[in-house]
Design a protein around this ligand. Structure first.
Ligand code: ADP
Ligand code: 5GP
Length: 202
């Protein structure tokens, strides 16, 4: 059995990665979305264990000490990390896994797991990003400005990703994301056995 594929998705806050992934996960029941741990407070409507594991800083630090995190990073004053065990278990069971994480954590994954597939989602512009963050209305003005400042640095790191796509028109972005998933399955590395299969009956 082949190991599952590890997809790492990053995008500036407010770009629409959550919106795109919700749709992708609806259409791909076999994909496992890794729920991260964070020290930030839940937004209205967010559910513990579904959107994040909301934990205190002390617990987060304990997890790091116990090597329980596959990666972690600080983002705009809060810690975010990927619980290791579930991700490794799923990959070993041949199940594909999606991590939705910021760029520092993504680079840590790229270094540690060289077969991970990194996807960066760009916004059409920084002004559109500001418009989306304001429209979402889940953060105070000051936090939105902090996130927008962070966005410029994150966008610069997009060149280290395997795939770069834009979330301008949502339907097209979902199609592009599906296309990346499909293409990543059709590599030479993945399909060498197909050649032998075909030649067997030649
Ligand atoms: P992220 O998960 O990247 O922080 P969200 O998925 O929460 O971003 O999206 C931020 C806001 O932008 C939401 O209000 C969402 O409805 C909106 N949005 C997402 N994609 C688009 C799009 N293609 N065009 C316009 N608005 C969008
Ligand atoms: P938000 O507070 O908007 O939910 O997330 C802020 C940023 O943290 C986003 O870029 C999101 O992708 C990132 N993030 C979420 N979970 C993780 C994680 O487990 N590890 C890392 N490194 N970043 C994460």
């Amino acid at each position: 059995m082949n190991r599952g594929k590890l997809y790492v998705v990053s995008a500036p806050s407010g770009c629409g990665k959550g919106t795109i992934l919700a749709e992708i996960l609806k259409n791909n029941q076999n994909l496992f979305y890794s729920v991260s741990a964070t020290t930030r407070s839940p937004r209205e409507g967010e559910i513990d264990g579904v959107d994040y594991y909301f934990i205190a800083k002390e617990e987060f630090e304990r997890e790091i000490e116990n090597s329980g995190m596959l990666e972690y990073a600080e983002f705009c004053g809060n810690f975010y990390g990927t619980p290791k065990k579930k991700v490794i278990d799923k990959l070993e069971q041949g199940i594909d896994v999606i991590l939705e994480i910021e760029t520092i954590g993504a680079m840590k994954i790229k270094k540690a797991m060289n077969d991970a597939i990194l996807i960066f989602i760009l916004p059409p512009s920084v002004s559109e990003l500001r418009r989306r963050l304001n429209k979402r209305g889940t953060e105070e003005h000051e936090i939105i400005e902090k996130r927008l400042k962070e966005a410029a640095d994150e966008i610069k790191r997009a060149c280290d990703y395997d795939y770069i796509m834009m979330n301008d028109e949502l339907g097209k972005a979902i199609e592009d994301f599906e296309a990346i998933l499909t293409a990543s399955k059709l590599t030479n590395e993945n399909n060498k056995n197909m050649i032998e299969e075909v030649l067997k009956n030649a």
